[in-house]
Write a protein that binds this ligand. Sequence first.
Ligand SMILES: *[C@@H]1O[C@H](CO)[C@@H](O)[C@H](O)[C@H]1NC(C)=O
Ligand SMILES: *[C@@H]1O[C@H](CO)[C@@H](O)[C@H](O)[C@H]1NC(C)=O
Ligand SMILES: *[C@@H]1O[C@H](CO)[C@@H](O)[C@H](O)[C@H]1NC(C)=O
Ligand SMILES: CC(=O)N[C@H]1CO[C@H](CO)[C@@H](O)[C@@H]1O
Ligand SMILES: [Zn+2]
Length: 299
Amino acid sequence: MVRNVVIFVVLGLVSLVAAGPATGRSRQDIENFIQFLEGIKRGNANAEEFQARKQEFPLANDEEVSGRFQGDIELDDDDYEVMLLQYLQGRNGFTTNFIGPWPNNTLVFEFADGEFDDEHKAAIWDAVRDIEAHTCVKFRYRTPSDTVFVNMTGEPRGCSAQIGHRLIRGAHRLNLARNTVGVGCFRHATIVHEIMHSLGFVHMHTTHNRDEYVKIIEENITSGRENNFRLYEVSEVDNFGIDYDYVSCLHYSAFAFSANGEPTIVALQNVSDMGQRVYVTDSDWLRINRYYNCPGAWD
Ligand SMILES: *[C@@H]1O[C@H](CO)[C@@H](O)[C@H](O)[C@H]1NC(C)=O
Ligand SMILES: *[C@@H]1O[C@H](CO)[C@@H](O)[C@H](O)[C@H]1NC(C)=O
Ligand SMILES: *[C@@H]1O[C@H](CO)[C@@H](O)[C@H](O)[C@H]1NC(C)=O
Ligand SMILES: CC(=O)N[C@H]1CO[C@H](CO)[C@@H](O)[C@@H]1O
Ligand SMILES: [Zn+2]
């Protein structure tokens, strides 16, 4: 079904592309890109696929092996079309169908029925309270009249979330594969990482000036995963005047999408802990405070 939708888009665009400037994309390139899109739309099909990916990349964080865009970003249906259109036009094929902050600095959420036990819920509340303690963002549990909210689920397919607030989504997705608290998707900084996606943030290593800070080792990236390292342009993401943060909970690990167990991201400065998920940094909190215009955030 997914394939049909995408193929339909391709057919619809063929005349447009033929009429436009040469794109330099071969038929094979386009087919590979469509496969990439289908893959990230589907994600891991089930727990087995997630576990297999984890075994294949034992040094990666769980959110890096969740099978979505950049590992853990769930795109909206129209994003895939935008990406393909861009790709056919010879551009990156990269979406920024953004999507704003939550109104009133308030993220509304609920736990989907039967997805989490009390321990999981407590761990998620801990992350929520930690964000509230360090920023002016508030969280509110969904009431029956709320139609726009984050629907938190625990499917065993990985960790993932949609970026930011978008009215037409209604129920926004955020998934944390059930695990022992402190492990996998249930590490504190990973829960904060996913909620930061819901609040509107993308990955640190995709910001426009990242090449000044890290080197991406193309030859070590799994074939077909190169798109996960594409950069957002200056017009698309804002660093809010905050320095690049190697230890941000939104920075990927050195081994993300490695084809061979060798690094794909190498820091250009002497840093330890890149890709850590043990703590949330001051600059992570500051980013939230500045995006949400919290009092004092720009002092
Ligand atoms: C934002 O706050 C105002 C005033 O308290 C309220 O009327 C409005 O419904 C709130 N909007 C949302 C989306 O919560
Ligand atoms: C939340 O997600 C679960 C799992 O996909 C789904 O069954 C449920 O209907 C969703 N809840 C809402 C209110 O959309
Ligand atoms: C890099 O940092 C480590 C740990 O702080 C230190 O031991 C090492 O000397 C540093 N290396 C360089 C080249 O600065
Ligand atoms: C297998 C492979 O291609 N490994 C490469 C990973 O990247 C480093 C740094 O460029 C190369 O030295 C390895 O050959
Ligand atoms: Zn992520």
